[in-house]
Ligand binder design. Structure first.
Ligand code: NAD
Length: 488
């Protein structure tokens, strides 16, 4: 095993101290680029969650709770600066742990720094209101922290998701307990080091790596937690929602997606095609907001397929350290899942749909790694699993549409509603489509794949509810109190 894994990243962080898990158990992390064991790290359990929640509450009752909003903001800005300084190291850890090509991991570190900068700057700019009320009264509102907030994050973008959720929660004065995904703990724990080095008081951020059904379930059920934010699968999101309901606490759910990229005949294809490719191959398609469905107006359908297919065929897949277009998938069963979606479209199968193009896995890719070829499949039936279900891999499902109404019907025809992209030079149509699409974000003539620190982000339908990112997240991570004074 490489010994290049920092001390801190093998431990839980509770009340400012790095230590072994209470039960003395460990988790084995694997390197997706070659399948090898990477590190043994602490496997936190319910006892660690208990201690973490108690430490967070003590921080709220002590030094952390006593800071002004401006002081909290300054600490976040320091965390942002340290994150930027350590971006290369964070990218290295992410490459080992998640298989992310180095430039993509570095981009995630820079995005995390930007979240911390945004929320550091915003910490002292969230205000209540005075309300015109009855004569002889003054009525006002205060925005207060929830208290202890629980953050359960997935493995696909640990840094970005921690930045947007923990960053906003700390800005509002909450104390956090973070449970990273069991497949991806290293950058989360490195973030804990950054927080301590920036002067965040002990207990304001506690990090408990561990299994979902162990540490994650304990955190979501804990009576001392006042708010939960969860990013992950629909199935686990429903469990979190049920746990939150038992304690009557609010929850923000960022779940999956099957986001359409809709191309009209009048689109600027030179601009659209590279963006369409990036929206599906970024992070090997393991992106909740991946643009995984390509809907194209019939008259330009074959032209678009040819242009997209040509670029897909040129994509190269390989280990994170080679920093190619696409890295490995996170684990073996994710690769099996992607291959199962692709199987009906291979030669010899009779399902409607055709494989237009696929990229290639470089010869230097270790045989133990979890590599999937990026693929473009055309003529996918709207009710086929590939058109309806989240693959979480680099597979783009294309289908034609006749007109605007047909495009809206297809685009809205899944259980998800996270992001949508529309490509058309007709501004009126762009706006009409934006209003008609059932989706948390709509991009016209661009596609953010969830990007944009300033832009509220979240879903409708099975994609979840609540908004992270932007100023909106600060409202989610705070609770409004109304105060009425009678003075005559
Ligand atoms: P997952 O739901 O299995 O795991 C996510 C997190 O939940 C992990 O930390 C895991 O340990 C924890 N968890 C698992 N079981 C739990 C339980 N019973 N109680 C409490 N916590 C539990 O998801 P995954 O497979 O790791 O991630 C992929 C999914 O996440 C995809 O569906 C993807 O769309 C979604 N996702 C959504 C967004 C978004 O912002 N909308 C972002 C990234 C990923």
């Amino acid at each position: 095993m490489p010994d290049a894994i920092p001390f801190e990243t093998r431990h839980v962080l509770i009340d400012g101290h790095w230590r072994a898990g209470a039960g003395g158990q460990t988790l084995t992390l694997h390197n997706p680029s070659d399948g090898s064991a990477l590190a043994e790290i602490a496997r936190g359990d319910a006892a660690d969650i208990d201690a973490a929640v108690a430490a967070a509450q003590a921080a709220l009752d002590g030094p952390w709770g006593a800071l002004t909003a401006a002081e909290r903001g300054r600490i976040l800005l320091k965390m942002s600066a340290l994150t930027l300084e350590r971006a290369d190291e964070l990218a290295r850890l992410e490459a080992l742990d998640v298989g992310k090509p180095l430039k993509q991991g570095r981009a995630d570190a820079v995005a995390m720094a930007r979240y911390l900068e945004f929320y550091g700057g915003a910490a002292d700019k969230v205000m209540g209101e005075t309300i015109p009320f009855a004569a002889g009264y003054t009525a006002l509102t205060l925005r207060e922290p929830h208290g202890v907030t629980g953050h359960i994050v997935p493995w696909n973008y640990p840094m970005q998701i921690i930045g947007r959720s923990v960053g906003a929660a700390l800005a509002m004065g909450n104390a956090c307990v973070l449970k990273p995904a069991e497949e991806a703990c290293l950058t989360a724990l490195a973030f804990g080091r950054i927080a301590l080095d920036a002067g965040l008081p002990a207990g304001a951020l506690n990090i408990v790596p561990g299994l979902g059904e162990e540490a994650g379930a304990a955190l979501s059920a804990h009576r001392g937690v006042a708010h939960l934010s969860f990013t992950g699968s629909v199935a686990v999101g429903r469990l979190i929602q049920a746990a939150a309901a038992r304690n009557t606490i609010p929850v923000t759910l960022e779940l999956g997606g099957k986001s359409p990229q809709i191309v009209f005949a009048d689109a600027n294809l030179d601009e659209a095609v590279p963006v369409i490719i990036n929206a599906i191959v970024q992070n090997a398609g393991q992106t909740c907001s991946a643009g995984s469905r390509l809907l194209v107006e019939t008259s330009v359908y074959e032209r678009v397929l040819a242009a997209v297919g040509e670029r897909v065929a040129a994509l190269r897949v390989g280990p994170a350290a080679m920093d190619l277009d696409v890295g490995p998938l996170i684990r073996a069963n994710q690769l099996d899942r992607v291959n199962a979606f692709l199987a009906p479209y291979q030669a010899g199968h009779s399902a409607a749909g055709r494989l237009v193009a696929h990229g290639s896995i470089v010869d230097a890719a270790p045989s133990g790694g979890f590599y999937a070829k990026p693929s473009l499949i055309a003529d996918v039936a709207p009710d086929a699993p590939l058109a309806c279900d989240e693959v979480f891999g680099p597979v783009l499902a294309a289908m034609p549409f006749r007109d605007e109404a047909d495009a809206v019907r297809l685009a809205n025809g899944t259980e998800y509603g996270l992001v949508a992209g529309v490509w058309s030079e007709n501004g009126g149509r762009g706006l009409r489509m934006a209003r008609a699409l059932r989706s948390g974000q709509v991009f016209v003539n661009n596609y953010g794949a969830g990007g944009g620190v300033e832009l509220p982000f979240g879903g409708v339908k099975s994609s979840g509810y609540g908004r992270e990112k932007g100023f909106e997240a600060l409202y989610g991570f705070s609770v409004m109190k109304t105060v009425v004074l009678r003075h005559t």
